[in-house]
Design a protein around this ligand. Structure first.
Ligand SMILES: [Zn+2]
Length: 98
């Protein structure tokens, strides 16, 4: 079952890039969950068909995108976003003001 909660508009590029990277490097891996409700990109994949070395590579790949999500504004996608802690949101100064 796929569980796709609505993801922030500002993360669309990031998420598209992640999907492309997965298709290129791990076409057999299915994303089972992708959410933003913790304040960062949370991704779960079905990696049961991979050997440990591949799993490690996949983990590194996904982790890179998760790290990027921590500074990507959920509103406009700029890379100047920062964590708004208690709101579990990442926004840039421009989006905070408007
Ligand atoms: Zn913004």
């Amino acid at each position: 079952m796929n569980e796709y909660a609505p993801l922030p508009v500002g993360w669309l590029d990031l998420i598209t890039d992640l999907h492309i990277a997965l298709m290129q490097h791990f076409p057999e891996v299915a994303v089972t969950e992708m959410t933003s409700d913790r304040g960062w990109l949370h991704v779960r994949v079905n990696d049961s068909g991979l050997d440990p070395a591949e799993r490690f590579r996949l983990d590194r790949l996904v982790q890179g995108f998760v790290t990027q999500s921590l500074t990507t504004c959920m509103g406009c996608g700029s890379h100047h976003g920062r964590d708004r802690g208690e709101r579990k949101e990442i926004t840039c100064e421009d989006c905070e003001e408007s």
